[in-house]
Design a protein around this ligand. Structure first.
Ligand SMILES: Nc1ncnc2c1ncn2[C@@H]1O[C@H](COP(=O)(O)OP(=O)(O)OP(=O)(O)O)[C@@H](O)[C@H]1O
Ligand SMILES: [Mg+2]
Length: 368
């Protein structure tokens, strides 16, 4: 008979380092969620503390713990008991997650110069040109390239990101800290998650708008591993755009426009605002560029031609891509499946992926 190898507390703790809290994106060991470990006759008992009672992901946490420990040699059984943190333990955790910072405007790491997070603001002059469509599809494309991605739906009055991603529900709150919702690994915050139903109207004036946006930027737990944060702006150069520019000075911007030459002047206003507030325009994305009923048919230029290129030339920035009209894009935005998810190899899907790759080239990850 061979004796069971001795399992040590350190081994168990090391194994638990690989278990992440699915919402906070950090190891449960690092988060001080492991309260107790007992080992008796090869049976490992773990007591872990959840941040809140009724945590929606408690089953996931429990099974990840069990799975990790079972892999250790000599383990004959695993028992997991889940408790809930006290108010004080939660406060310590929040302070830790915020990197010990006290100033509310510096709680999110990407507000500091050494943050690894790259921000991309998606703007337009006119409404309805496809900013939100571009935002969700670029997010999926960046995710497919292996990046950790977040979206802020800054269109507070006209929010559409939740529907476009098929994302409903309310964000988990850990005391005052909001945990973004997640779809296919994309972290998302929208006012839509905080309203009782989608048809509800937001009727706020400036200060409330400002407060909501700075909360989304500074007090949502985006995670310090976030690589790209896309911000979907409302059309034009109103209050929201000003708040974003003030809160995230120097954030790079892409401008979405249609091919219509008459729209170039309107689109230019977004660029002029960017210039005034020191935001860099990374490039232009032309949307609704043409329609082709089938690959054999000639393209039809429903909204004219050349607007994207014209704007790019005027601003001295690259035209990052031209996206065709495709009914599947509209359907996808109603059903919550962006075209890059449902048809990544369609002509439009490919352009979105190329644009994402070009953005990564322009905004490479910061090393270290
Ligand atoms: N290339 C495309 N092909 C087909 N439909 C498209 C395309 N781009 C956008 N759409 C559709 O056009 C509509 C407007 O797009 P979207 O909501 O993305 O524009 P927006 O610029 O964000 O609008 P708003 O200014 O209201 O925020 C949506 O129904 C969307 O599905
Ligand atoms: Mg929109």
């Amino acid at each position: 008979m061979t004796a069971n190898p001795q399992i040590s507390r350190e081994q168990v703790l090391a194994a638990l380092r690989d278990v992440q809290d699915p919402e906070l994106h950090k190891s449960i060991v690092e988060l001080d969620m492991v309260k107790d470990i007992q080992i008796r006759d090869g049976v490992v008992s773990v007591e872990a503390l959840l941040t809140i009672g009724g945590c929606p992901l408690r089953d996931t946490i429990q099974s990840s713990i069990e799975e990790q420990i079972r892999q250790l040699p000599g383990v004959r059984g695993v028992q997991v008991q889940l408790g809930v943190m006290t108010q004080e333990q939660r406060q310590t955790l929040i302070t830790k997650l915020r990197g010990g910072e006290v100033s509310p405007m510096h709680r999110s790491s990407f507000l500091t110069a050494d943050s690894p997070t790259r921000i991309i603001v998606v703007a337009s002059g006119k409404g309805g040109v496809g900013k939100s469509t571009v935002t969700v599809n670029l997010a999926v494309a960046l995710r497919r390239l292996g990046h950790r991605v977040g979206i802020i739906d800054a269109d507070v009055y006209g929010f559409s990101i939740p529907r476009m991603l098929g994302l409903t529900g309310q964000p988990t709150m850990v005391d005052q800290m909001i945990i973004p919702l997640e779809k296919d690994g994309i972290r998302v915050m929208s006012i839509g998650f905080l309203l009782p139903n989608e048809g509800e109207a937001v009727i706020w004036r400036g200060p409330m708008l400002h407060k909501t946006l700075t909360t989304f930027i500074g007090e949502v737990h985006w995670g310090d591993d976030l690589e790209y944060l896309l911000i979907d702006l409302p059309p034009g150069t109103g209050d929201v755009s000003i708040t974003i520019a003030q809160t995230l000075p120097q954030a790079p911007m892409v401008i979405v426009t249609t091919p219509q030459l008459a729209a170039v002047n309107v689109a230019q206003r977004a660029a002029r605002m960017a210039e005034k507030v020191n935001m860099e325009v990374l490039g232009i994305i032309e949307n609704m560029s043409w329609f082709q009923a089938s690959p054999a048919d000639p393209p039809v230029y429903i909204f004219g031609r050349g607007g994207g290129l014209r704007l790019a030339e005027l601003l001295g920035v690259p035209l990052l891509g031209e996206i065709p009209l495709d009914p599947a894009i509209r359907e996808g935005s109603d059903t919550g499946e962006p075209i890059v998810t449902s048809h990544p190899d369609s002509p439009a899907g490919r352009v979105f992926r190329q644009v994402a790759a070009r953005l990564v080239e322009r905004l490479p990850m910061k090393v270290g």
